[in-house]
Design a binder for this molecule. Structure first.
Ligand code: AMP
Ligand code: MG
Length: 408
């Protein structure tokens, strides 16, 4: 049995970064860039107006109000062939190119147009309301660096420099194998002693949420040769997830089956609760996680170990879930020697975040992980977590911290 920190370090060390594929911009959202994109363009490509107004010479505003003659009108998208000379102005709009001779734009609100001329009522500073060429991007500038998690602004930047595609790391293919003779599929009512295969759903969804492409394989009974056959079929995936059959029971054949088809074991059993029986190894160039069958254990192990591996495969540099610190509302007993991931709800109070442990902490109680639950980390050496003390809490998803009240 190894400590959680060591287990996680071994998983991260074993996960390689996958190769790259070229995607259109619309399909690249959330992917990790596998190339530095260098601009050959200047953005904006010419000095232009930040306002609807008049381009003029600041020297003409020595005394305001000042009256200037309008020599041209330049809508956005058009470029007039006019030079602003003393006593003249060009009427323009947001985005219009600044004509030669002008050094300042006066916004329309500070003017009045009359008889082919404009009266400027107040003078802004010299250079006001002009956006310089290249203020956003210059030639040679890296607009998206390798390793960037591509967001909406990055996609816009790529478009602005004329790049319609981006090289990104590919998504891992994840094969999901649920084992257990007691399991039935969702459309079958479970008889006595049977349970619905929920892990296939939680794990596939969690894999998709982590950016992977899940493939759910058919259920396998607790028969060594069936398990071996199914795992051999799954082994081409970048990551194989099994659920069930990895503890020390007589019917726990998964580890043996994995070793029989060539898995190199990295560890088995982690000093944690839930999820102690977790097994991890390398299989034919991919990774394999033998997740415990209990639904909470399987999903918690996914969040803690599988998710970081999936993120590393996709080229992410930030592999781990966010952690906040919260005050525990009521004391919780725990097992000494095991790091415990207590299912809690977070509430925002004036004094900061408060974590309340959910009443049912059994590893079969999946309802305790639904609806924005979080995982409070109880250190291995403690036998109880004190009310009023502050503990790290792992945030499992955006909903955990999303606010009901507006931020302003
Ligand atoms: P195991 O790890 O195989 O000993 O299973 C532990 C517990 O998890 C048992 O109560 C199983 O019925 C349950 N379990 C195993 N696999 C699944 C699954 N795919 N979906 C839901 N529960 C499961
Ligand atoms: Mg089982």
């Amino acid at each position: 049995m190894i400590p959680v920190g060591e287990a996680l370090a071994r998983v991260c060390a074993a996960a390689p970064v996958l190769g790259a594929e070229r995607m259109t911009l619309a399909a690249a959202l959330g992917r990790v860039a596998a190339e530095d994109v260098v601009s050959t363009r200047t953005v904006p490509n010419a000095a232009n107006s930040a306002m609807d107004g008049y381009a003029l010479r600041h020297a003409d505003l020595g005394a305001v109000p000042a009256r200037l003659r309008i020599i041209a009108v330049e809508p956005a998208g058009a470029v007039v062939d006019a030079t602003v000379t003393p006593g003249t102005a060009v009427k323009l709009f947001t985005g219009s190119v600044i004509p030669d001779g002008a050094d300042t734009v006066v916004r329309v609100e500070d003017t009045e147009e009359r008889d082919g001329g404009v009266v400027v009522r107040s003078a802004p500073a010299r250079g006001a309301n002009i956006r310089a060429a290249g203020e956003d991007i210059g030639p040679g500038q890296v607009v998206v660096a390798a390793g960037t998690v591509v967001g909406p602004a990055d996609l816009g930047l790529l478009a602005s420099v004329g790049r319609a595609t981006l090289l990104v790391h590919r998504r891992p293919r994840v094969a999901i194998v649920s084992t257990g003779s007691e399991l039935v599929e969702v459309d079958e009512p479970p008889g006595p002693g049977q349970v619905v295969n929920t892990n296939a759903y939680t794990l596939a969804a969690a894999a998709r949420e982590a950016g992977a492409d899940p493939l759910v394989l058919p259920l396998v009974r607790d028969r060594p040769e069936d398990i071996r056959e199914r795992l051999a079929a799954a082994a081409g995936a970048d990551v194989v997830l099994t659920s069930g059959g990895v503890s020390v029971g007589e019917l726990d054949f998964v580890k043996e089956a994995l070793e029989a088809i060539g898995m190199e074991p990295v560890f088995w059993r982690v000093a944690q609760k839930p999820g102690k029986p977790l097994a991890f190894g390398c299989l034919r160039g991919g990774l394999v996680f033998g997740l415990p069958g209990n639904p909470v254990s399987a999903l918690v192990c996914f969040y803690l170990y599988v998710r970081p591996a999936l993120r590393r495969l996709q080229g992410h540099r930030r592999l781990h879930l966010p952690v906040v610190h919260a005050t525990l509302a009521e004391g919780v007993r725990k097992a000494t020697g095991l790091t415990e991931f207590v299912r809690v709800r977070l509430a925002e109070t004036r004094e900061g975040l408060v974590a309340t442990a959910l009443p049912a902490q059994g590893s079969h109680v999946l309802s305790a992980l639904g609806g924005g639950a979080a995982l409070l980390v109880g250190p291995a050496e403690l036998d109880r977590l004190a009310a009023g003390a502050s503990y790290p809490v792992i945030v499992l998803g955006e909903t955990t911290l999303a606010r009901e009240t507006p931020p302003f």
